[in-house]
Design a protein around this ligand. Sequence first.
Ligand SMILES: [Zn+2]
Ligand SMILES: [Zn+2]
Length: 385
Amino acid sequence: MFRLNLRLNLGSLVPPAPADPAEPNWPPYGPLINARLATIEVIRINGGDSPTPALAKAIETFARHIPGKVEQVEGERAQVDADANGRVTRTQVNAIIARRRHRRACDVAILLTPGLSDTPNSYCADIPDGGHAIVINPVPGPVPRPGRRLARRALDEIAGWSFMLCVRYPTRRRMLLAHELLHALKVPHRRERSATGHHCTRPDCILYPGVDWRSALAGLFNLGPPLDLCRACREEIASARAAAGGVYFEPNDAYDPMVHLDGMVRLNPHSALERIYRGQARAERNDRAGAIADFTDALRLGPGAHTAKCRFNRAGLHAQDRRWAEAIADYEAALAADPAHRRALENVTWILRECPDEAFRDAAKAQELGVRAERLAGQQPPALR
Ligand SMILES: [Zn+2]
Ligand SMILES: [Zn+2]
């Protein structure tokens, strides 16, 4: 108990890392934070494993933050072709994720891989059809940290080596598993507390992004590395749960992933990016009016960087509803922002050449743009055509 108190108090004295102002706010993930039952399906790819009891302990940590029951089930073992080093690709992993048995919003799949050849680290992915997938890469690549001063880099290097020397392998795997699992809860939810990649700025938190002088100092004070969420993250979960008013999320409750995107737009009223994400999701669901409203808002909120993308997307939606004048204007604006936008060029050429409404055809202009499109295609390597 004494040690537990030390863990809770002293590590939190280390100052947090600076927050990343580019991080969005996002809502904590209701289906898990209020889950009556969360099922964790463990899928082993090519015999991918985890040292015992790392997995059990990580799931135990996760279960502490779920009000209902957490059940672990063995998924079907998967066997795929690996490269010469025994590693698999993200595309292969995605195909296995699609076959998982437990796919409700409150369920999580853990995929234990022998290694990933095209992804440097482990990750937690939101699955559009429900829930989350945690993909574990036991041979992570180096994390580039550009722009740090030499002295800071040396200090972090020492911290990294002491971490490897002082923390046993099963504990490191337990930390990795718990880190990815707890990402699914979507804390921290405020950008003032978020480091890059939606991590926690508190070095005494399992969601701290890596090992550096801050985490080493917090580890020293706490007599060990963080194995759970920091107090601030736990408080965020408690208030999200209080806001739900004690209502559980039942395993078969319908959950619309749009709820999360709506929440992101609501929590980031001045940001264009969340509107673009929601616009794309709305477009996929054929909610064209909603998507057009999102892309229009995004253009207003973030002119410049997103212009070509928003105009191109909006043009396609106008074209689907045969608003040819609006579609042509948007394609032209996309091309003005990005003259090398080949698909915008091809689509507007098609309208000018073949538009069902003859009033919008313009053979001369179509000819001119068609030549431009061909020239552009010729400049690009064959793989991109
Ligand atoms: Zn992470
Ligand atoms: Zn935290």
